[in-house]
Design a protein around this ligand. Sequence first.
Ligand code: AMP
Length: 198
Amino acid sequence: MKLTSICVYCGSSSGIDPEIIHQAELLGKTLAQKEITLVYGAAKIGIMGAVAQGALDHNGKVIGVIPKFLQIKEVVHTGLTELIVNETMSERKLKLQELSDGFITLPGGFGTMEELFEVLTWSQLALHQKPVGMLNVNGFYDDLLKALKNMVDKGFLKQENLEILLVDTTVDGLLEQMNNFKPQAMPKWLKASLDVKK
Ligand code: AMP
């Protein structure tokens, strides 16, 4: 699958690990060099700012999406190729999804987690068939990945659904996995329910 735009979910804080900031900048730079549009939450601060700056510094195309009420709190990046302002967080998330061929999660907090788990859930429900990746920098997500494996072991998450999430420790490795991504067949129960509605 040729990816022309990727949405990056990541922290509005910078965290304390300089390697995470470095990898965010590298991701932005790599997207720019591969002529893949960066779609993200429009902030100039935190890891969000680092990924955007990495792309812009290498002449990349960057689209930011932000709801009106966050425009000040998250300090909007004024140098973006395009800025889309909407009303609500839900509209923002939908727009980020619509504009993107795939999703990458870098380290972040609650907001990042919500965005990641929404695209994973929507993939599980076959509402989209786009690759969902996670850049696991310096083991940042090791404990979360263990928790997800525990959900499989305890019967709350199907192994095949866990495998929707493509995890890598390098930008190049992750992009390669996403390029090779083949969507899963629609789950039988969902196909049956869609057939009933026809
Ligand atoms: P955080 O990981 O908490 O630093 O948040 C990262 C980004 O997610 C920030 O741009 C937040 O505004 C955004 N965010 C937080 N909650 C939501 C939400 N419910 N819908 C859309 N974006 C959100």
